[in-house]
Design a protein around this ligand. Structure first.
Ligand code: ADP
Length: 552
């Protein structure tokens, strides 16, 4: 601004000076020309009077070098010329001033020399006898005048320019100083130019609005942070160029970053192609979702474009933990496949045996054997279906089941008694020891637990082995322990035997009527009854499963 003011002042002062110089010179030139012409006219008049009285004698001895005097006859012939030889002079009849003088009594004119550097002024007057007296004088032309004053004018110009430079520099600084000293933090507390008052008032109003808006924005940001920080779902806000504007702590954890990622390109934090594809789709204004593996879990990533003025101005990334959902989904798929498989085998056996019998291909003495196979397989199927029903019931949370105070010892005694015959037929000693121990539970579920554990103890035992069931109180807990002297479970299987359909020795389990669901039912039931399980087993020595319930 200082420079512009400085330049303007310089330009204006130099232009004004130049225009003034030109106009003034022209005016002066005009003025002096007019007065010279008037002077010439007076002189002409005097010479005319002298010539009319004295004739040619008037010119004799006339000492005059300032003017050229010419006496012209009526026909234009030059009778006398004070500066030229008459013999070489042409007829003057056509000269403008002479023509005018003959016609009107007096005349005047001005003519430039060939170089345009000189101008001649002429005045002529007619005498009574018709002859004409003409006086002329030369004058510097305007051009010569200009050429003559060019150096002084240039000098003055330079001096004026220098002066205007100094003045302009000072002036511009003086003009700009109050502007530079404006305190824009407090626009209304400034003393400067009155002309700036509307501007300063406007700035003050706008500053107030900006302060208010930033306070509101800050408040909203805090609210947003407070809401998102506590969320288990990850949230990331991106602008249209996929730069992270905001990220909550869950998203930072999932993407393995910290808050230094704000302001960075999202793909510098996570380079997966799935994420790139999602962002590309959302960048095109479409909602996109996909399941990705993040921080060891499965997460559903939803990317929603933010559209304003028909343009994608940003995106919101939401990360939902679907690990459990995926696991359940996977388990359900596996369970369905297992159920179909488990049912298929006995069904095939039943169908095959029945077909043979139908076609009369079974010898009468074998009929009983085939019928027994059909019976065994259908029993297995019934057992399997019953177990599946129990499990699905437990999956639903054992709703509508009646909770009551139960003596676990009495309940175990009843179950043990039920199993005594099968234990005896397997040559296993089944015994119950312990004391009265009350728990708050669903009796049906407790029975399932005791039954399955004892049944397994009998099934996976050795000849002349034993199964010991113990019920006892221990502090705030009630312990149910079922230990056997059976085959035991190898360590690598111990984790998995509670899974549905998992069996250490599949064919042996099937042979002895196992469904692979017994321990799953136990695990599920214990969980529903708020208990916990402990497994200790040594292959070849035996297994001990302890269930711990809260005491009633
Ligand atoms: P199953 O109907 O096959 O018995 P379970 O779910 O009750 O199914 O048991 C799963 C598997 O765990 C069994 O197939 C067996 O291999 C093993 N198992 C369970 N209890 C015992 C035990 N007391 N001793 C040895 N192995 C056992």
């Amino acid at each position: 601004m200082t420079k512009r003011i400085f330049r303007s002042i310089c330009l204006v002062s130099i232009s004004v000076f130049l225009v003034f110089a030109v106009l003034f010179t022209a005016f002066l030139y005009n003025y002096f020309s007019d007065s010279q012409q008037a002077q010439l006219k007076i002189q002409t008049n005097l010479v005319a009077q002298g010539a009319s009285h004295e004739g040619m004698d008037y010119f004799k001895g006339l000492d005059n070098s300032d003017y050229r005097i010419t006496w012209i006859d009526k026909d234009g012939t030059v009778l006398f010329d004070s500066q030229s030889d008459l013999s070489g002079m042409e007829n003057h009849m056509e000269r403008e001033e002479v023509k005018e003088a003959i016609a009107y009594g007096s005349g005047e004119s001005a003519r430039y020399s060939k170089t345009l550097l000189e101008r001649s002024l002429y005045t002529a007057q007619r005498l009574n006898d018709g002859t004409v007296i003409r006086l002329s004088t030369s004058q510097n032309s305007l051009l010569r005048l200009f050429l003559g004053i060019v150096w002084p004018v240039s000098f003055i110009c330079v001096a004026a320019a220098l002066l205007s430079l100094v003045l302009a520099s000072r002036l511009s600084k003086k003009i700009v100083k109050p502007l530079n000293e404006l305190n824009l933090d407090e626009p209304l507390n400034n003393e400067g130019y009155d002309e700036l008052s509307p501007l300063l008032r406007r700035i003050s109003i706008q500053q107030k609005q900006i302060r208010q808006q930033s306070a509101e924005l800050l408040q909203k940001q805090r609210e947003f942070d407070a809401v998102t920080t506590g969320m288990t779902e990850g949230i990331v806000l991106l602008n249209s160029k996929r730069i992270i504007l905001s990220i909550n702590s869950a998203a930072m954890r999932l993407l393995g970053t910290d808050d230094s990622c704000v302001g960075k390109f999202i793909l510098s934090v996570n380079r997966s192609t799935e994420l790139q594809e999602l962002l590309l789709k959302a960048g095109g204004g479409k909602y996109a979702e996909s399941v990705m593996e993040l921080a060891g879990g499965k997460y559903q990533i939803d990317v929603s474009p933010i559209i304003s003025n028909e343009r994608v101005s940003g995106m919101v990334l939401l990360m939902l933990d679907v690990t459990e959902k995926e696991k359940i989904e996977q388990m359900r798929r596996e369970f369905t496949a297992n159920v179909s498989h488990e049912l298929k085998t006995p069904l095939h056996t039943i169908s095959g045996s029945a077909e043979l019998m139908c076609n009369g291909m079974v010898k009468p003495e074998d009929t009983e054997k085939f019928a027994a196979r059909i019976y065994r397989e259908s029993q297995r199927m019934i057992g399997l279906v019953e177990d599946i029903i129990k499990l699905s019931h437990l999956d639903e949370g054992a709703e509508n089941m009646e909770w009551e105070k139960v003596d676990l010892y009495a309940l175990a005694e009843e179950t043990v008694n039920r199993l005594l015959p099968s234990a005896a037929s397997a040559g296993i000693k089944l015994a119950l020891t312990g004391e009265k121990a009350e728990v708050n539970a669903v009796p049906q579920l407790l029975k399932e637990i005791v039954y399955n554990l004892c049944d397994n103890g009998i099934k996976y035992n050795r000849e002349n082995g034993s199964v010991k069931v113990t019920v006892q109180n221990e502090g705030d807990h009630v312990l149910l322990r079922v230990s056997d002297t059976g085959v035991g479970i190898p360590p690598e299987h111990q984790e998995r035997i509670f899974e549905r359909f998992y069996r250490v020795d599949k064919s042996h389990s099937k042979e002895i009527g196992g469904t692979g669901l017994g321990l799953s039912i136990v695990k599920h039931a214990v969980k529903l009854l708020n208990g916990s399980l402990k497994l200790e087993s040594q292959p070849g020595k035996g297994t001990c499963i302890t269930v711990i319930f809260p005491r009633a």
